[in-house]
Design a protein around this ligand. Structure first.
Ligand SMILES: *Cc1c(COP(=O)(O)O)cnc(C)c1O
Length: 390
């Protein structure tokens, strides 16, 4: 063995393990702050709705520039509470994207509302605004755009449709917290603060993740904020006075204390994700078998996922090749909602959502997180290219 090979082998063995999301390395950098904050909550014994929850709420309101943040237990609850507070009635139709995480459609079905699925744009994965218009009926009450993978849906076009038809807009911001939407007049707003209500998740792997479950709801409407708060708290207006049927959905104080610290790093985290995405873009942009994620003019990108589209590539073989090299790659999402057992509906059959169905076959997401270094990025991109150029 010559010296060069020994050297190579050593570099390889020193490389940090590559993970889709590296929560451990991220924690290590803020460990002291986090440990102190968590210990303080435990010692305070103010576990439920304590000062950390109020503090986080205020800080997130400032960060998002929104009047009301209502913390809750997770992102799925946030969506459910939003639909409950809007007093939607059984049979009301709610339009959402077919290419999303199941939670979005799940809460619609759970409340006996009717999920109406629409296709997405091929290049941005976002809900197709013309398809929304075609799906509107007299029973339609709301649209739920999903800012998928960290880039905003076309909110100005969606707002135009919602105004014309008098519909609520509930933004699913679980994958895009911190993302800025730019209006045609040049003004910007954080996603989740543009429609009637915004919903987000603090699941550990999300862009602003806690160390367990958490979620929040945003609105600029004072009356609606009151209803959202009541709905999340057993429908209670005053102690032991219950004006509406609600749920019990709270963000706990330990998670709030962690989120206060991580919120201060959120913009730096988004930047780290963008750096990784640029590295991937540069490596892949000219490869004929790959389509890199499109950036749109009206939104920046916070890269919850970096998702490639494969052209004439055996995706299973590629994932296995990468996996053998220690490079994870995931498929978000492998099956459209209308082909899931729980959401089959006589209205829909295979072939009805050609873009979503095609995307489910050809997308692959590479490791995307705040702790990827150039050595890892280089190894990931070289491994992908090695497979494609075999
Ligand atoms: C994660 C996610 C949710 C649900 O959030 P939880 O906190 O896991 O309940 C909802 N919608 C989308 C698009 C998500 O990615």
């Amino acid at each position: 063995m010559d010296l060069c090979c020994i050297f190579d082998a050593q570099i390889f063995s020193l490389m940090k393990d590559i993970q889709m999301v590296d929560l451990k390395s991220q924690y290590n950098k803020i460990q002291e702050e986090i440990d102190t904050a968590v210990l303080n909550v435990i010692r305070s014994t103010q576990y439920i709705n304590g000062p950390e929850v109020k503090g986080f709420q205020k800080e997130l309101e400032n960060y998002l520039d929104v009047k009301h943040v209502i913390p809750c237990a997770n992102g799925t609850d946030a969506l459910q509470i939003a639909m409950m507070a809007l007093d939607l009635q059984p049979g009301d139709e709610v339009i959402t994207s077919n290419f999303t995480y199941v939670a979005t459609a799940e809460v619609i079905a759970l409340l006996n509302l009717k999920p109406v699925l629409v296709d997405v744009y091929n290049d941005t994965f976002d809900i197709d605004v013309e398809a929304i218009e075609r799906a509107i009926t007299p029973k339609t009450k709301a649209i739920v755009p999903v800012h998928l993978f960290g880039q905003a849906s076309n909110m100005e076009a969606i707002l135009e449709v919602s105004k014309k038809h008098n519909l609520y807009v509930i933004e699913d911001t679980a994958q895009a917290i911190g993302c800025d939407y730019t209006f045609k007049d040049g003004t910007t707003k954080k996603v989740g603060t543009i429609g009637t209500i915004g919903c987000t998740s603090f699941f550990p792997s999300k862009n602003l993740g806690c160390y367990g479950d958490g979620g929040a709801i945003f609105t600029n409407d004072d009356e609606l904020a009151k209803k959202l708060r009541q709905t999340a708290n057993h429908g209670q207006s005053k102690q032991y006075i219950h004006d509406r049927v609600g749920v019990n959905s709270r963000l706990d104080s330990v998670q709030a204390a962690i989120l206060r610290i991580k919120l201060r790093h959120l913009d730096a985290y988004s930047e780290a994700r963008n750096n990784a995405a640029s590295f991937y873009d540069n490596a892949f942009k000219n490869h004929p078998s790959l389509k890199i994620p499109k950036r749109v003019a009206f939104s920046n990108h916070v890269f919850h996922q970096y998702t490639l589209q494969l052209k004439n590539v055996n995706r299973d073989e590629m994932r296995e090749f990468l996996s053998n090299k220690g490079v994870p790659a995931m498929i978000y999402y492998p099956i459209p909602l209308h082909l899931q057992e729980a959401y089959t509906d006589p209205r829909y059959k295979e072939g009805d959502f050609p873009v979503t169905e095609k995307l489910c076959e050809c997308v692959v997401s590479l490791p995307m997180q705040t702790e990827l270094d150039n050595e890892q990025l280089n190894f990931i991109t070289q491994s992908v290219l090695e497979f494609l150029n075999k």
